[in-house]
Every structure is written in structure tokens, then in C-alpha cells.
Design a binder for this molecule. Structure first.
Ligand SMILES: [Zn+2]
Length: 63
């Protein structure tokens, strides 16, 4: 008997770019969407630390 390895162990944590400290973080959340006249526009992500440091609220938590 062998188990199928179709499910990854543990929760999957998405790696995203933190626009505040300008680095990758696995705690980064989408903070806001900036509308740019030129270019692809901006999705701004901040990690846990930067959220606390700068008093940011993730978009999903804003009601
Ligand atoms: Zn950060």
C-alpha cells in the first residue's frame, strides 16, 4: 500500500512581491490597486511586517 502524492504537505503559501520593502514574502497581501495611465498599472502588495510598520490594511479586509 502506498499513498498517492497528489496533495502537497501543509498549506500552500503563495509567494508575492512586497512593494514596501521591495522583496519577496510569503505573507504579502494585496493592499491596493493603483490605476496607472500608462503601463500595466500597479498591484501593491505588503507583507505582514510592512503592514504593521506602515499601518496598512489588506484590500480583502477593507469593507
Ligand atoms: Zn514588506
Amino acid at each position: 500500500m502506498s499513498q498517492a502524492e497528489s496533495t502537497p504537505p501543509g498549506p500552500v503559501r503563495p509567494i508575492a512581491y512586497c512593494n514596501w520593502h521591495q522583496g519577496l514574502s510569503d505573507t504579502a497581501r494585496l493592499i491596493r490597486v493603483e490605476e496607472a495611465a500608462t503601463g500595466p498599472g500597479g498591484l501593491l502588495y505588503a507583507c505582514d511586517l510592512c503592514q504593521q510598520k506602515h499601518g496598512l490594511t489588506p484590500l480583502a479586509d477593507q469593507t
